[in-house]
Design a protein around this ligand. Sequence first.
Ligand SMILES: Cc1cc2nc3c(=O)[nH]c(=O)nc-3n(C[C@H](O)[C@H](O)[C@H](O)COP(=O)(O)OP(=O)(O)OC[C@H]3O[C@@H](n4cnc5c(N)ncnc54)[C@H](O)[C@@H]3O)c2cc1C
Length: 405
Amino acid sequence: MDCDLVIAGAGMVGATLALACGQAGMRVVIVDSQVPAADFRDEYDLRVSAITLASRAIFRNLGMWQDLVQRRVCPLREMYVWDARGPGAIHFDAAELGEAQLGYIIENRVVMYAAHTHIARLPAVSIKCPVMLDAIEMREAGVAVTLSDGTVCTAQLVVGADGAESHVRGLAGINSRGGSYDQIAIVATVRTSMPHGEAARQVFLASGPLAFLPLCDPSLCSIVWSCDTRYGKSLLDLEDSAFRQELQASFGDRLGAIEWVSARAAFPLGFAHAERYVDTRVALVGDAAHRIHPLAGQGVNLGLLDAAALAEIVGGAFQLDRDIGASGVLRRYERWRKGGNLMMLAVSDAFKRAFGTDYWPVRAARNFGLTVADSLGPVKRLIMRRAIGLEGDLPPLARSVRAED
Ligand SMILES: Cc1cc2nc3c(=O)[nH]c(=O)nc-3n(C[C@H](O)[C@H](O)[C@H](O)COP(=O)(O)OP(=O)(O)OC[C@H]3O[C@@H](n4cnc5c(N)ncnc54)[C@H](O)[C@@H]3O)c2cc1C
């Protein structure tokens, strides 16, 4: 098979990149070792993502936003963050920025559904799954990729969008620095007696951050409870009613009574950053390049910006009939994305560590910091604009075309 690029990993980031490159006229082969969960069901997916306005712009510019909105997207108008072990609290309101929303909560499965539906309409993009990417071999004017079904694809570029344990990263010999947080994130859907009011809430507990993210149904939230592995496993072992009581005791009554909790799932948490995002005819995007704690809700947003930046750069080379895998092209991508990602990783890691200790000077400093940041309008607005994707060196695909929904 001949193509322009092979993408390993058809998750949210890889699928978005395939769509962007396919729409730019490139011939793309995208492979995934599993059949991606890309469907729409009545019950809410346990995996949801808070997405920024920059990510919304990417989805909109690729033509998939209306699909998402028609299915299920909850706007995020406010955000409350507080420390359970002190008075520190901060409140973000979209109105303070003159925006209608701070972002959105979207089910991962619904994003995948929209991306894969649009990919299926592009004859130049072929998806292969369940198929592994087995080997990458450099050739004189390109690269040959061997897939586990025996297919050999020749291309100019291979992209690793294959997640935190990226096989492509390993094949390219790119080191990734990082480690485990010794935490797991428990996710579930919960029903509360009071409506969430399209606000997200996150409390920093001694065991880790607990977030309630609003879903379209005003009485339903998706929770992400990041906690030390041993405590987390004990929570997973609890009967539903005991888990509900523990959740209520930890979160408090800001949303009234927690009336119902769905099945639970859990994911190990860690941090990592690839030493390089590119090598000869190889580029990394998304979790393959960086892994971040979910407390800041930034992981997939950074990955989508990677995809948008890479699509912009290789798309430019493609239009000029240049080699899209040339090292100069790939270095531009790395320079564009690496610094900003590293900064976001460092900030999230600092938050994780500052809120993960009971050492009183740190506790006092973080509570003071939250209270001061909350009262300083310009500082707060700066933090908000950056976090929701209105600031920064955004790729054209991530810039809003219109202010309205
Ligand atoms: C509990 C939790 C909550 C989160 N909440 C948020 C949030 O609110 N906002 C946010 O921005 N981020 C959030 N994140 C982070 C976000 O989920 C990830 O950053 C995002 O899913 C990464 O997407 P990806 O496509 O890069 O990788 P993945 O989603 O890991 O996809 C990788 C794909 O590659 C495939 N694959 C793996 N190996 C191979 C191979 N050898 N060959 C072919 N295919 C392969 C896999 O099957 C998979 O489909 C959260 C994470 C967790 C754990």
